[in-house]
Design a protein around this ligand. Sequence first.
Ligand code: ADP
Ligand code: MG
Length: 380
Amino acid sequence: MQEILPGAVIGILGGGQLGRMVAMEARRLGYGVVVYDPDSFCPAAAIADKHWIGEYDDIDKLMDFAATADVLTYEFENISSLALRKLEEESLLFPSAAVLEICQQRVREKEFLSKRGFPTVSYRVVNRPEELGAVAAELGFPSILKTAQLGYDGKGQVSLSSIEDCFLAWENIGKPDVALLEKRLELLAEFSVIIGRDHKKNVSFFPIPRNFHKKGILDFSIIPSGLGKRLEKEAMEIAFEIASALDLIGLLAVEFFLTKNEDIIVNELAPRPHNSGHFSLDICLTSQFEQLLRIICNLPLGETSARCNGLMRNLLGDLWRGDNQPNWAGLLKLPGLKLHLYGKKQPRVGRKMGHYCIVGENIEEILTLDSQALQLLECQ
Ligand code: ADP
Ligand code: MG
């Protein structure tokens, strides 16, 4: 494949914050940007040359959109795989439709991983609500029932502590066609490996963040992970093998659990930029968004080492009080704090509105600044 040079047009399927940040990096590099998203106010629309408003299964519209771009990528996983396969016949699309098909459906993803011997949590596939009680009793409690498709930020999941919890569980996750039941593990830590793999099978890794969740949503990430070289190396090897098995061209985020027994378990995969990689905008020479662009355009991989330490914290709609925005001016006084807002108009509980990244050398100082920032956000 030829290099796709600045001046060409990048087509992004999905116009959320991930698409917006890909678009901003594409702009900086001198590319044109077109975005496809059903929401007329989606965050990436403000950055794109053109925003196509359409549904993700409208094949004709998707084809028209694709014809306006030199290369396509996606930031959103719930695109009809039939539509993606069609797009791939006419356009360059990275990562491939085959990769998305595996990662967009939890059952396919878990089976892909476990068949190849990658470490996963014990799980069962549940096809019908009537089966749930027996399957859950056999797997053992506590467990988590997850919808196979469309879940994100802890949505589409319920915890099961006993057989009684099974009765409403299927309804509570939106009556899916199929669901995944996982053993609930006691976690020592969560972290993620973000790997880029190019057309020539060269790979690059981002520094590994340690991730802290609240109510199933990523709350903050710290770099470095503090997990030690041995665990990090083991996780990078697993991520490398997964990317190779997928024959990935693009970015892949591999979410990991570290269990109480210090076992490394693969939680899930995302073949796109990942929330836990946002720090790369502020502490790496090449961000995850730029790396994706370099890869899909067949350009050299960028350098990704961390230039300093950092903490990335998500800013959810919960921080807004009525019409009052959080105290941005106060936050911006803090040294080393970089604020990123996604331009979303409606702050809703649990909605990702932005993030900040605090950069520095000393982790204690970074944590102190983070608690000052939290205080400013809470008292307004
Ligand atoms: P999402 O697509 O919403 O990110 P995940 O499967 O990653 O879905 O679950 C979100 C979070 O819920 C995880 O990051 C973790 O904190 C918790 N979680 C999910 N599955 C398990 C599990 N099997 N055991 C313990 N915690 C889990
Ligand atoms: Mg996850």
